[in-house]
Design a protein around this ligand. Structure first.
Ligand SMILES: C[S@@+](CC[C@H](N)C(=O)[O-])C[C@H]1O[C@@H](n2cnc3c(N)ncnc32)[C@H](O)[C@@H]1O
Length: 280
């Protein structure tokens, strides 16, 4: 018998969560927020629960009933084995982005590479690369000061040094830095795709992180490819997370825009979700 686990799960099912999601959330809340171990949950020891914790639990359940993402409620998420703070100022890092990071790390084993992450959000890509690539010098840009504040905190907590800058990618970059790798997971959801999106994304995640106009779905990719032509060393690599509906268009744009060996890759669900290109 798991009294608290069962209570949370039933509340969530009543709020129209599917049973599997309700079970996963109940376990996550008890482990991540209230510190129960998996063993304690299996042994049914989720009984000792003081009043102040009950208030916090009620707050979590009310927010979940409004479909706020659990990561924002708890204030953190896991990404590539790291714990990252998240708030509604940043996109919640997604599993497909972790697959892009894995690709970069395995494709670029050299030490001391200079890396730029454009649109860093929580800092998930930049921080993981700084952590995993030997002696990499990592820089990261975002247009949002509030996102950068979260990213800076995450870098500090994970003991990595990153040069963060508040930068609109559509402005002319200042300085003469050159990079071996430029990576970006830019906004790429078209306005017409908005209708298919879940409420928990639309109501809570930052608009500036998500949308591009239907009339120009590749605007960030084209701009970053242009910046790459100025700021990548010859032979330098560009990596993007992409909208699966625009894989071939993105690849064609890069081929005509000064890049060779353009490779589109699928994620573990078989969707074309990332691309690599080499600056000629
Ligand atoms: C899809 S989110 C990706 C965040 C993070 N890299 C990740 O993978 O979870 C896109 C990010 O680009 C930033 N962004 C939007 N427009 C930008 C611009 N014009 N210049 C720089 N960054 C921008 C947003 O603030 C947001 O953090």
């Amino acid at each position: 018998m798991n009294p608290l686990y069962t209570y949370i799960k039933q509340k969530l099912i009543a709020a129209s969560y599917a049973e599997t999601e309700a079970s996963a959330l109940a376990r996550w809340i008890l482990e991540e927020e209230f510190g129960f171990s998996t063993l304690e949950l299996y042994a049914g020891k989720d009984t000792d629960f003081p009043m102040e914790k009950r208030n916090r639990l009620n707050d979590i359940l009310v927010r979940l009933a409004r479909f706020e993402p659990i990561q924002y409620i708890i204030g953190k998420t896991e990404f590539c084995g790291l714990t990252l703070k998240v708030s509604s100022d940043v996109l919640i890092p997604r599993p497909e982005t972790a697959e892009l990071v894995d690709w970069i790390v395995s494709d670029c084993p050299q030490s001391g590479l200079r890396v730029l992450d454009i649109g860093t959000g929580s800092g998930c890509i930049a921080i993981t690369l700084a952590e995993r690539m030997v002696e990499a010098e990592v820089s990261a840009w975002d247009i949002s000061e509030r996102a950068l504040a979260v990213a800076r905190e995450n870098a500090l907590h994970n003991n990595v040094r990153i040069a963060f800058s508040c930068m609109d990618v559509f402005n002319e970059p200042t300085g003469t830095s050159v990079f071996d790798i430029i990576v970006s997971n830019p906004p790429y959801i078209t306005e017409s795709e908005r209708a298919e999106m879940e409420r928990n994304v639309l109501d809570y995640e930052p608009e500036t992180a998500l949308f591009v106009p239907d009339t120009d779905p590749l605007r960030f990719y084209r701009r970053i490819a242009h910046i790459g032509n100025q700021m990548l060393k010859p032979g330098g690599k560009l990596f993007f997370e992409i909208n699966r509906a625009y894989g071939s268009e993105t690849a064609a744009m890069l081929k005509y825009g000064g890049y060779s060996q353009v490779e589109v890759r699928s994620d573990s669900y078989g969707n074309a979700r990332m691309i690599k290109a080499i600056k000629r």
